[in-house]
Design a protein around this ligand. Structure first.
Ligand code: GRG
Length: 314
């Protein structure tokens, strides 16, 4: 497991340095927006979504450099959603990643714009990444790569949009004060949290040209399981987590009267579901290790990651 932690830190540090480079400090008339974007983007965070993109890329035989623009874009999209999620009109949280949330550190208007700016910049970075891949594909005559690279930006947009994370947030807002049943709640979680945790496997599969292989199916299934497990752990930590480790207040779901895995199944029921989904993800990793077409070290890292997320306290 010590190899796992070292690799996790390596992937996260690679993400952090990449983000620092692509999001420059500017000393122009609109410099406040750069300050707010950098404050939220570079102020901590586990970098799980880029980590998933790097490891699935390596699983399919790609190098991390190839997927880097999409990994950085993904983290910017995720951070933009956290900034907006913390706004008074949404979850109204004062703390995020161990410090004041963006709207508390700056003001509400700046936070709205910082979220918007990170989201739009993410698509600029992803589009640049896709056009780099298309150029490479044209030079090498790889028409499948050209076709797949041109799909990535649209797919990313749809995983963020009304049938993706934003759709999940819409159901989430409805779930405050209005009870929703377990089916609607399942959709909520698959969209709000699951989409951004599954798209790394989808992007890696497209770039590697492996979307019709067994390893792709297993990687996507793995991502879906850890996506749901991730939200269950989030709900459990909101009840019994340590705010100092979490870097934000707990009990917010109760304040908002939200339907969560804990309200639907009880704390023990939620923990049981979390363990079941983790076991499923682990089984997918073991099946990946059996395939000669996959990088075994990456499959082992994915297995360790599923267990790390099961135990996470932040
Ligand atoms: C601006 C694109 C955009 C969307 C607005 C507000 C909103 C729609 C969506 C919110 C989605 C949301 C906050 C989902 C929660 C997912 C979740 C469990 C977040 C916590 O992720 P971690 O633990 O956080 O990976 P760190 O801080 O480690 O990055």
């Amino acid at each position: 497991m010590s190899d796992f932690y070292e690799k996790l830190r390596e992937y996260a540090a690679y993400t952090d340095s990449g983000l620092d480079v692509i999001l420059p400090k500017r000393d122009n008339y609109q410099k406040e927006i750069y300050e707010a974007m950098r404050y939220s983007l570079l102020g901590g965070g586990k970098r799980i979504r880029p980590v998933l993109l790097f490891v699935t890329a390596e699983l399919f035989g790609l190098d991390v450099e190839t997927v880097k623009p999409f990994a950085l874009a993904l983290e910017m999209i995720h951070t933009s959603s956290l900034i907006h999620d913390d706004l008074p009109a949404m979850d109204n949280d004062d703390y995020r990643r161990g410090r004041l949330s963006c709207h508390k550190r700056f003001d509400e208007a700046t936070a709205i714009l910082a979220g918007d700016a990170l989201l739009t910049y993410a698509f600029e970075v992803a589009a640049d990444g896709a056009s780099g891949l298309i150029t490479k594909a044209v030079v090498s005559g790889n028409t499948e790569l050209a076709r797949n690279a041109s799909k990535i930006v649209g797919l990313l947009a749809s995983r963020v949009g009304t049938e993706g994370m934003i759709g999940g947030q819409v159901i989430d807002l409805k779930a405050e004060d209005t009870a929703i049943d377990e089916y609607e709640h399942d959709t909520l979680c698959r969209l709000k949290t699951g989409c951004l945790l599954t798209i790394p496997s989808e992007i890696s599969g497209l770039i590697a040209g492996r979307t019709d292989t067994p390893e792709y199916g297993l990687a996507v299934d793995y991502s879906k399981s850890i996506g749901l497990a991730f939200q269950i752990q989030d709900d459990i930590l909101d009840v019994e987590g340590d705010p100092n480790l979490l870097g934000k207040n707990i009990g917010m779901d109760d304040v908002d009267n939200k339907t969560t895995f804990v309200t639907l199944y009880g704390i023990d029921g939620a923990k049981h579901k979390l363990e079941e989904l983790t076991a499923k993800a682990v089984a997918d990793c073991r099946a990946l290790m059996e395939l000669s077409s996959c990088n075994k070290e990456s499959a082992q890292f994915m297995l360790d990651l599923a267990e790390f997320l099961l135990e996470r306290k932040y």
